[in-house]
Design a protein around this ligand. Structure first.
Ligand code: TXA
Ligand code: MG
Length: 327
């Protein structure tokens, strides 16, 4: 089956419009890709069982092909048909699905998921998103949807339909607009490959303390570097704005724009975006990528306020460190 080529101007349609959903189903069945809102960030969804469709997603994003994709499903049952979930995985799923948690488990064989989506690994990343749109599409396709964040590889993740359009216009078939993503950072990825040593591969929308209340202590994300990630995709430089990023800046310097967290900069000539005027980490996570994008547009140097490492702060600081990493 050949993949339909995307239109030069990617349409944006409301996610709750039944005609738009019909169109999305048609595109996905034909092997195309559709940007879909989720509670975390917008995903670029395709039929995970169709290798050509998956190749189209890699192509649209310009993503390195060693980077495996998360398979999104509608139910725990379908998740269990893709990976082996034992006690620990089932307990985490019961507590956090549907929601911003991705579980990496042993892939069942034979697997309906194309090797390209799993990047040839024996493990598979699966999540049941809170997004009705995504779950409805899975149900109507009767297949898992592979969906990386809907941005060009290495760039800032999209939390609004316009962000997707800015990054991928003309490269994808359709954008479904569901408004701003409420969580604002990607899902937490937990490996349950070793049941006795669960590991957080990427901090995200479910905070460590909430997970550990269910599982006991989890290992820290592997500190990996450069082009040979131990957890694939954990490239050091990621989520990169064009501007340089200086972290833990209690005050901005002349010429810097400031990404603040609840405190005004002292200088008046500073372009300033406050992640959360009340110092709330959940609100800060939801505003993170919008703030970075906005400051990136107005300045080539961004200073970032110190963010506490508690709760969603772990995910926020992970993304900020990658945004600041040498490229
Ligand atoms: O919130 C999210 O997770 C969003 C929305 C769209 O669901 N998706 C997302 O996908 O962030 P993506 O492709 O941008 O990031 C997926 C991460 C990558 O770092 C990838 O390497 C990792 O998941 N991953 C996927 N399969 C894996 C596996 N088998 N083992 C370890 N890491 C895996
Ligand atoms: Mg991404």
């Amino acid at each position: 089956m050949t993949r339909p080529s995307p239109p030069p101007e990617t349409p944006i349609l409301p996610a709750d419009d039944p005609d738009a959903l019909d169109q999305a189903v048609g595109i996905l069945k034909a092997g195309g890709c559709v940007a879909v809102p989720t509670e975390t960030v917008y995903g670029l969804a395709c039929d995970a069982t169709n290798p050509q469709a998956v190749a189209g997603v890699y192509e649209a994003k310009g993503r390195p092909s060693f980077n495996p994709l998360i398979c999104h499903v509608d139910t725990l049952e379908r998740a269990g048909s893709l990976i082996q979930l034992e006690d620990l995985g089932l307990a985490l799923a019961a507590q956090f699905w549907p929601g911003p948690l991705t579980l990496v488990g042993p892939k069942r064989t034979p697997s309906p998921v194309s090797d390209l989506a799993a990047a040839g690994l024996d493990s598979l990343a699966v999540r049941v998103p809170r997004s009705d749109t995504l779950r409805t599409l899975v149900q109507r396709l009767d297949a898992p949807l592979a969906a990386p964040s809907a941005n060009a590889s290495g760039a800032i993740s999209p939390t609004k339909a316009e962000h997707v359009k800015d990054s991928l216009n003309g490269r994808i078939h359709l954008i479904l607009d569901g408004g701003a993503c409420p969580v604002g950072v990607e899902s937490t990825i937990v490996s349950v490959l070793d049941q006795t040593h669960p590991e957080i591969l990427r901090p995200g929308g479910v905070a460590r303390d909430a997970l550990e209340a269910v599982s006991g202590v989890m290992r820290r994300p592997a500190q990996t570097n450069h082009s040979a990630p131990t957890a694939p995709g954990q490239l050091t430089s990621h989520y990169a704005p064009s501007a340089s990023v200086r972290l833990n800046a209690t005050q901005p310097e002349a010429g810097e724009a400031y990404l603040g967290f609840g405190a005004q900069p002292k200088r008046e000539d500073i372009v300033f975006f406050d992640l959360s005027p009340s110092g709330d980490l959940v609100e800060a996570a939801a505003n993170l990528f919008t703030g970075l994008r906005w400051l990136d547009r107005v300045s080539d140097r961004i200073a970032v306020a110190p963010i506490p490492e508690t709760g969603l702060g772990e995910a926020i600081n992970d993304r900020l460190r990658r945004a600041a990493a040498e490229r």
